[in-house]
Design a protein around this ligand. Sequence first.
Ligand code: PLP
Length: 389
Amino acid sequence: MREVYLDYSATTPVKEEVLQEMLPYFTERFGNPSSLYSRGLEAKEALEHARAQVAHLIGADPKEIFFTGCGSEADNWAVFGTADALKSKGRHIITTKIEHHAMLHSCEFLEKNGFHVTYLEPEPDGTILPQKLEEAIREDTILISIMMVNNEVGTIEPVRELAAIAKKHGILFHSDAVQALGNIPVDVKEIGADMMSFSAHKIYGPKGVGALYIRKGVRISNYLHGGAQEAGRRAGTENLAEIVGFGKAAQLAEENLQTHAEHCRKLRDLLIQKVTAEIPDVFVNGSMEKRHPGNANITFKYIEGESILLLLDYKGISVSTGSACSSKSLEPSHVLTALGVPVEMVHGTVRFTTGDFTTEEDIEYTVDSLKEIVARLRELSPVDGKKGW
Ligand SMILES: *Cc1c(COP(=O)(O)O)cnc(C)c1O
């Protein structure tokens, strides 16, 4: 059976070059970067090389890159590290209703512990307006966290303007840039962010490694207590093979940024164009102009996204409904709900994300399969267009 993967925002395969770079660090180069003999120094060198590769991709100084266990950990550290360091200054945090759960659930945890959180409402296309941020700022605001690219609908946020507002008020600005990395240019200095979160497995690197950029001079509390790894801020023997893989993936992402984005965009646009032309009663969510190059978030009216997902899976096609993390629950997507999509439409939504290995034939096969599946499901559907919803 044909296999088509259209869920690159959930995770990506490790590229062959990345894997080859990693392999020796499981076996012959197994040293601990903290050891003082040659084997340790060799490991330390590989660690710092990877740090420089990640730093280079985002225009940071290598000293500002702290490796973590995943993108979620980077988000958690930014929130809890700031809350702990600045709690005597204030206990108010501003974020948005459309963040990843790594951010939302961290904020909800803080709310149970005496902090106040304002969740900004997006515009119908997913954009967070700088003016709304300005209005939400209080005397006791200590952190503003707004993602750079939304993982469900692909909307790119005006982080430069948002960071400038934070700076004007002397408030720390963090951005979850997991979906931005490798897909659009990310330059921490140009954006003016104090902290940014990244993850390797969204850029053709391995799962289980991420990074938090912490601008020089920003004081947040350390995250894991123990040894002196990561400048004493995140203890634990480094996951060296994976960090090396992250570094290589970052280097490739930097070299291929333009061609990667163009490839993803071309096939994504083909998918959107064919689906909207050949299947009735569909609409695309999110901003059409400021959008992740691979993202197509499409609502198919009158039917369930989960049914589409399962029938596509029978045909060897992988897609997601809402975000992978919430797809096991039947809770309607918090992102689409915040965008004002009616609940029954939210349930009929599927996210397709193209990537480096997507081909035109993949898109054609997917659209042909969709036409058949959507028609079949609509025939069975108790609610149809004519009766109205
Ligand atoms: C995938 C993702 C994360 C989580 O990264 P992990 O490395 O899987 O923990 C966080 N934020 C966004 C926007 C993501 O897409």
